[in-house]
Design a protein around this ligand. Structure first.
Ligand code: UT7
Length: 331
């Protein structure tokens, strides 16, 4: 019997219209364009404005982009996974709402939270369902409204993050395309260095938690940077060595967009030259769960059937990992 692999058969994206530039950030905190550009590679990011609009708004738009491009009947979708660190509501599943709104009425849906690694883990989940033969169309959406959890008076975080969403459809391939290998890791030692302290079960919201700004992202940047550089490079390298791949075999590095220096360090370790490194951090900043699918959507036209892609991500928790995927279509 032919082995079923899980291929990405379509992608879609949405970023909000509002552009938050480094210049505008200079009016909120003591920072400057030169520092932000040289330390992170970010020039601007998108912010979702508008009362009552949450992560689902962007997830729906990205899904609709995919559905329209692929000419897909949403009734055929079996499962919708929303990878996000910023769900619309704390208890009700964002994915359930997204699935209903896009017309995926025959699907079940749930959220997946692994901070900046959410989409990578979502890919793994989707691929497992497809490879087992249980389902044939799994939509994975990476979406985050980071502006809803950022303190625009904290220069350690507000310069980094942005809002956005990307979507990818996973379907069976009988040609051996799609996900080939993965190596996913986590280590709870990291939770003190990148977190939102209040609002969860340990520290429910009170007037004090609000007054003390405990509902915003706190990050010990230097420490996270150190772990991110070494761990992302390690797992990306592992993908190459255990699949007997060398630089000429790799067409693209698809790395989480947290900091240009982290991406370059990962590329250097695996020896991939800069023109093979997908990069859109300069325009969107760190969109957490959305970085990887936004890269795929932005580079879709350059991707060719059979291209070898190495994914790598690192995020809060800590969570991190890498994957090796063969691209499945020419657009
Ligand atoms: O996606 C999830 C994973 N997250 C990450 O991967 C993020 C990892 N961390 C980073 O990307 C970097 O650590 C940051 C971009 C957050 C910070 O860059 P850094 O090079 O680690 O800066 P730093 O925190 O070590 O600060 C260096 C200097 C300090 O001044 P002194 O003490 O040397 O005088 C800071 O006070 O830069 C100062 N600084 C700033 N200056 C202007 C810190 N933030 C800013 C700022 N503008 N926004």
């Amino acid at each position: 019997m032919t082995k079923i692999t899980a291929a990405i058969s379509a992608v879609g994206k949405y970023v909000p219209e509002y552009v938050l530039t480094n210049k505008e950030l200079e009016t909120y905190v003591d920072t400057n364009d030169e520092w932000i550009t040289s330390r992170t590679g970010i020039k601007e990011r998108r912010i979702l404005k508008g009362e009552g609009l949450g992560t689902s708004y962007m997830a729906i738009k990205a899904s609709e982009d995919l559905i329209q491009k692929r000419n897909l009947d949403p009734k055929e979708i079996d499962l919708v996974i929303v990878a996000t660190a910023t769900p619309d509501l704390l208890v009700a599943s964002t994915a359930a709402y997204v699935a209903s709104e896009i017309g995926a009425v025959n699907a079940f849906a749930y959220d997946l939270q692994a901070a900046c690694s959410s989409f990578l883990y979502g890919m793994s989940t989707a691929a497992s369902y497809i490879e087992s033969g249980r389902y044939t169309k799994v939509l994975v959406i990476g979406a985050d409204k980071m502006s809803s959890i950022i303190d625009y008076k904290d220069r350690a975080t507000c310069i980094i993050f942005g809002d956005g969403a990307g979507a990818a459809l996973f379907e069976p391939s009988l040609e051996g395309l799609g996900l080939q290998d993965e190596y996913l890791r986590s280590d709870g030692v990291g939770r003190d260095f990148l977190r939102i302290e209040a609002g969860g079960s340990i520290m429910p919201p009170t007037q004090e938690t609000v007054a003390n700004k405990k509902h915003y992202v706190y990050q010990e940047g230097k420490t996270v940077f150190k772990y991110a550089v070494s761990n992302m490079a390690d797992v990306a390298e592992k993908m190459l060595t255990r699949n007997n791949l060398t630089e000429p075999d790799i067409q693209w590095l698809v790395a989480h967009q947290a900091n240009k220096r982290i991406i370059e360090a990962t590329a250097n370790r695996v020896g991939v030259s800069s023109e093979k490194v997908m990069m859109n951090i300069q325009r969107y900043g760190n969109t957490t769960s959305a970085t990887l699918p936004l890269l795929l959507a932005d580079y879709e036209k350059e991707l060719k059937k059979g291209d070898n892609l190495i994914f790598a991500a690192f995020g809060g928790g800590f969570t991190w990992g890498a994957a090796y995927l063969k691209w499945a279509y020419n657009s």
